[in-house]
Design a protein around this ligand. Sequence first.
Ligand SMILES: O=P(O)(O)O[C@H]1[C@H](OP(=O)(O)O)[C@@H](OP(=O)(O)O)[C@H](O)[C@@H](O)[C@H]1OP(=O)(O)O
Length: 439
Amino acid sequence: ENIQVVYPKIPAIAEYFGTKGRYEEVNPHLIDDILAVNKTLLKPPSVGCSPIHLTAIIRHGTRYPTRKNVKKIRHLYDLVTKEAMNNKKWLHEIKTQWKMWYTEDMDGQIVAKGRDDHRHLAVRLATSFPSLISEENIRSNRIKFITSSKHRCVDSVIAFKEGLLNFWECKDVELIHEVDDMLMRFFDKCRRFIEDVENNKTALKEVDLFKTTAEMKRVQIKMADRLQLPYSHVTPDLVEAAFYLCSYEFAIKSVNSPWCNLFDEMDAKVLEYANDLKQYWKRGYGHDINRKSSCTLFHDVFGRLDRTANEIRFGHVTEAVTVQVGHAETILPLLSLMGFFKDETPLTSENYAKQQGRSFRTSHIVPYAANLVFVLYDCREGLRLQFLLNEKPLTFPNISQSAPLYETVREHYKDLLEGCNFEEECEVPRASCSKCSEL
Ligand SMILES: O=P(O)(O)O[C@H]1[C@H](OP(=O)(O)O)[C@@H](OP(=O)(O)O)[C@H](O)[C@@H](O)[C@H]1OP(=O)(O)O
């Protein structure tokens, strides 16, 4: 009989999209109320505490695929529409209704949903910290905005500011933002990172090796069988393009695209691990220089917290709030430098099965609009520092309290505060650095 197939609104594999995941997947309560905040979760750490400074480091909002992935998606579309065969409704939909609407000039630009991601985050943070993110502080220039030069970040910080001004119905205020790639794109300025990772083909060898493992082969075979395509046509790149396509259709248009039928949960876990391997070896614990290249950003955050700690003694804090917009590759190195999400065993191409419970899971850490928030409180017993990831409190590694004394945190990061010198860490003997002349 004619059974109406009703697709769930959210693809079953949406929690495995890694850095291409929606923010709502890490905060599902936002699906019903995008402006919901959990006041009890964010109450001051103890009685008599008042927040005196907030620094937010935020990834840009939802974006289009980059040029290189649009090309891969087009290749996938051409192959499937020309050669794939089966009697499934979803393939008929791909062949007769779905249109290849992505173009190369989209190249990673922000989408409408990405602007909303930041407008809504701005309102939620203002609701959570009304004494800091306030109209009064905006008007007295105590809120600063900094962004990466990339269009998706500039457009995100503009949307963030719009969110605040609309929330307060401020029509007469012009907010400026500063572009600072030393802070938000430090990886572009670190010679050693460029030489040892960006331009070094062996730096991501674990990522390349994982594409030849039995786990990835099984995903390729299953996808080829679903499409009745020759196995030789369904390469790891094509599989990844289809996985990304399902994620973009969902993140950008909030639709459960027919392309998502190419994968089941087991496939998605393998493809999530492939993305986590890339982020681990290119932005995380894989190579020391990945995290050391974020020293500038680390010192910038703690330098401002120290200044606030000093100023509060005289009763006035110059900068109440700093909002800094960057990339997944801004956030992951800084989290690694600070010791967050470090697994006992490194992620490699051979230990996928053992790493099912890994803490380095980018789906949970850096979706679009992911954000780190540092809140400094002035309490009777002294200054306390609360750390939030994606609006949820997160304890510092090896510190059990959720908002420890600021001095305890400084003691914990003593070596980094006294060291972690960007110039020293990133220096490469001139003779051996091929692309440094362009810096
Ligand atoms: O696989 P693509 O081309 O999308 O990779 C992008 C990065 O996207 P991500 O891997 O994080 O999903 C993009 O990071 P974003 O935070 O800006 O989205 C990065 O800026 C871009 O250069 C690509 O990274 P890659 O390392 O150069 O592949």
